[in-house]
Design a protein around this ligand. Structure first.
Ligand SMILES: *Cc1c(COP(=O)(O)O)cnc(C)c1O
Length: 383
């Protein structure tokens, strides 16, 4: 079945009780039990809520997994997955992961005794070398933020299988429409549904999907015990967003490619980072594991003042954290996602003061290019 059809019909496409065209928002905490000795399918809404369950079923189908779970945020999904490990366990984690994941690992989970080694996962050898007898998990992100570095997901899944590790990846940038890590051998996929899956910058939500039912049951036990669940209203909004995921993302991806090539042709843009772009490191690996470069493009201007001037002049995109909405969003990693990172460390990772990240929305790419062209200034036009 074509993905566009799957996105509409593969999950719960109608209410089983009434035939309603969307799953109702079950704004409830508890369910009456006609038989007090044998409780029904639903007893308490932390454990199960029909609206949340519809979303959990849908994301499991879309990722090709056994069990989907919806959480209060992307970080709640990631942190709940990390709670599958225990004190003393070691994990190998990609160096270039989402800042919030880095923070939770180096503060909360460190205090709690999870041993983590960060490595540059773009070379699988680095990951292999970091594995030790106590290693139980592997966590990577591809493409990574904000330089869109590519990690070979099949190689990671292979290493995880060899060493009996739980392999986890954050698939927020790609979504199941463009990349399905469970089919490449990963055990768990996590998402910030705040981004492309929700797609309208109007909610915070997280999802996790396990490849196998047994691991799904363990993660479900974490969800029910730890309790970082997604509410029914936001579950409904994510379900609605998912229906248009393919048309949004394909259009955004097409525009992102156009904009990346336009940026590459400008003399005042030093470097352009986009997995679909000729010359991008890891482009071939990315093409083997994903269907397209996605809708996030990063680029480097001359220096900090040039980036700040550009961000102040640009009119259409929001200048904000986050990505994946129908509106284009420009982020400045220096003061946003990577503000907490010491400058030397940041520069060593290639995140320079002139770096800007663009999440391409659904505006016309001609309008976006015209806006950015005037914000960059005519003096430096043309390569
Ligand atoms: C935003 C984001 C997260 C965190 O998600 P929240 O919904 O903000 O908690 C995790 N990973 C990636 C790649 C993200 O972009």
């Amino acid at each position: 079945m074509n993905d566009r059809t799957r996105l509409i019909h593969a999950g719960r496409d109608r209410d089983p009780h009434t035939g309603a065209s969307s799953i109702p928002i079950y704004q409830v905490s508890t369910f009456d039990q006609p038989d007090p000795e044998h409780l029904g399918a639903y007893d308490y809404a932390r454990s199960d809520n029909p609206t949340r369950e519809a979303l959990e079923h849908t994301i499991a189908v879309l990722e090709g997994g056994a069990r989907g779970l919806a959480f209060a945020s992307g970080m709640a999904a990631t942190s709940s997955a990390l709670l599958l490990f225990q004190t003393g366990d070691h994990m190998v984690v990609g160096r270039d992961i989402y800042g919030g994941t880095y923070r939770v690992l180096t503060t909360l989970f460190k205090r709690w005794g999870l041993d983590v080694t960060f490595v540059d996962s773009t070379d699988p050898e680095n990951v292999r070398r970091a594995i030790k007898p106590s290693t139980r998990g592997l966590f990577v992100e591809s493409p990574a933020n904000p330089l869109l570095q590519v990690t070979d997901l099949r190689a990671m899944a292979e290493l995880a299988r060899e060493h009996d590790l739980i392999a986890i990846t954050d698939n927020t940038f790609m979504t199941p429409h463009l990349q399905r890590p469970l089919e490449l051998g990963f055990d768990i996929v996590v998402h910030s549904a705040t981004k492309f899956l929700g797609g309208h910058s109007d909610l915070i939500a997280g999802l996790a999907v396990t490849r196998e039912e047994a691991l799904g049951r363990r993660l479900k036990a974490v969800q029910n015990s730890f309790g970082a669940i997604l509410g029914p209203q936001d579950a409904w909004l994510v379900l609605r967003g998912i229906k248009t995921l393919a048309v949004r993302l394909e259009e955004q991806q097409r525009a992102a490619g156009d904009i990346a090539r336009w940026l590459q042709g400008r003399a005042d843009v030093r470097r352009v980072f986009y997995p679909g772009l000729e010359g991008h490191a890891g482009r071939e690996i990315h093409a083997r594991q994903a269907r397209g470069g996605g809708a996030v493009v990063s680029f480097e201007l001359a220096d900090g003042p040039a980036a700040v001037a550009f961000l102040k002049r640009v009119k259409l995109p929001l200048v904000a954290v986050s990505l994946g909405g129908v509106e284009s969003i420009l982020s400045y990693p220096v003061t946003m996602s990577h503000a907490a990172m010491p400058r030397e460390e940041r520069l060593a990772r290639g995140i320079t003061d002139g770096l800007v990240r663009l999440s391409v929305g659904l505006e016309s790419s001609e309008d976006l290019i015209a806006d950015m062209e005037s914000a960059l200034g005519p003096a430096s036009r043309g390569a």
